[in-house]
Design a protein around this ligand. Structure first.
Ligand SMILES: [Zn+2]
Length: 341
């Protein structure tokens, strides 16, 4: 049974330097409020009463915090009325940490079960990382790596939280594998692209930028009627998609020049443009990357009135290389996130 009590806590987010006190409803956690616990911790609206010895395992940061001599007779953490406050923490994450610190054997076995949700293990790894439980984190990260290697995850697993953890903890091997999974699911459309956009745009690093540009690109290909009917997208997302979409189509249709190695530049350019137009690329108009790869692999000419695959002339090969270099040098991230592109 959860018991509701009233406690007075600092909610300014700036630690103990202020006397701005705000009364707040707090609730004793249903599982991790032990009568014989000796440190009370407040996370969100939840009070945890746990054991110092458990928190101080594995050289965690609690070892430093809790081993300091109390500065006053009634120090923070000594009671429900004066709890130790963990700012910028979620009940979900802290509970996951306590779950593993207090785990019984069958609970540890359950974590190894292939049926266990990967995101539950990510929560443990992330919390252990945050509070410096090094061996606990290594164990959770190993479980995650094994699950990924053995492809033991749900069919609709989106891996976003796992990628976030792998980047945060600088585990390059795990990060690279999960990054590929996220990019593949973005490309195949097996992941909710709006969710990916919302998740990735809150992060600021090169990995999430790549994920964001990939999600925008794939969503752009679906066309305006699809984004406009997606209530989860914000106005700015739709604007970004529209600008990106139009730019991709423009680039595909615009003319370009290259350093000719032939005798007749004008006729050569015209015939090459004609070849690009007749290449029967099956993808959407905005799929610039798909189109340029398709053209590079195909090489089409009209011979005797019929469309045929044929090797390109040496000059057209130079032209195609120039086109590909131009397309691949486009900064897709800027294209979709910077409206002044
Ligand atoms: Zn030429």
């Amino acid at each position: 049974m959860e018991e509701s009590i009233t406690t007075t806590t600092r909610r300014d987010g700036a630690g103990a330097s202020t006397s701005n006190l705000v009364a707040k409803e707090a609730r004793r956690d249903s599982r991790f409020y032990f009568a014989d616990g000796n440190v009370v911790i407040l996370v969100d609206d939840n009070l945890f009463k746990v054991h110092r010895g458990v928190l101080m395992q594995d050289s965690s940061i609690f070892t430093t915090i809790l081993s300091l001599p109390p500065p006053v007779p009634n120090p923070e953490g000594s009671s429900d009325e004066n709890p130790f406050i963990l700012h910028q923490e979620s009940t979900e994450t802290f509970r996951a940490l306590l779950m593993v610190l207090y785990a019984l054997p069958h609970e540890i076995v359950a974590i190894h079960n292939p049926e266990t949700n990967i995101d539950d293990i990510v929560l443990i790894a992330k919390a252990a990382h945050k509070y410096g439980y090094i061996r606990t984190e290594n164990w959770a990260a190993d479980v995650l790596s094994s699950r990924i290697s053995a492809a033991q995850y749900r069919e609709n697993q989106d891996f976003l939280r796992l990628l976030d953890y792998a980047i945060l903890s600088d585990r390059s091997s795990l990060r690279d594998r999960v990054f590929k999974l996220v990019m593949c699911s973005t490309k195949s459309g097996s992941i909710n692209l709006s969710r990916v956009i919302h998740f990735a745009e809150r992060k600021e690093n090169i990995w999430w930028n790549k994920v964001l540009e990939g999600a925008y690109y794939r969503y752009a290909l679906k066309g305006p009627s699809r984004w406009n009917s997606d209530p989860s997208l914000l106005k700015r997302h739709k604007r970004n998609l529209y600008i990106g979409y139009c730019t991709l189509v423009d680039v595909r249709q615009s003319s370009f020049t290259w350093a000719h190695v032939c005798e007749d530049e004008g006729a050569c350019s015209t015939s090459f443009r004609r070849q690009l137009e007749i290449a029967p690329f099956p993808g959407p108009m905005a799929d610039l990357l798909g189109w340029v790869d398709y053209v590079a692999q195909s090489g089409f000419v009209i011979r005797k009135g019929q469309l045929r695959r044929a090797p390109l002339t040496p000059c057209h090969t130079v032209g195609l290389d120039t086109l590909m270099a131009m397309v691949y040098s486009l900064d897709m991230y800027e294209l979709f996130t910077n409206s002044s592109y």
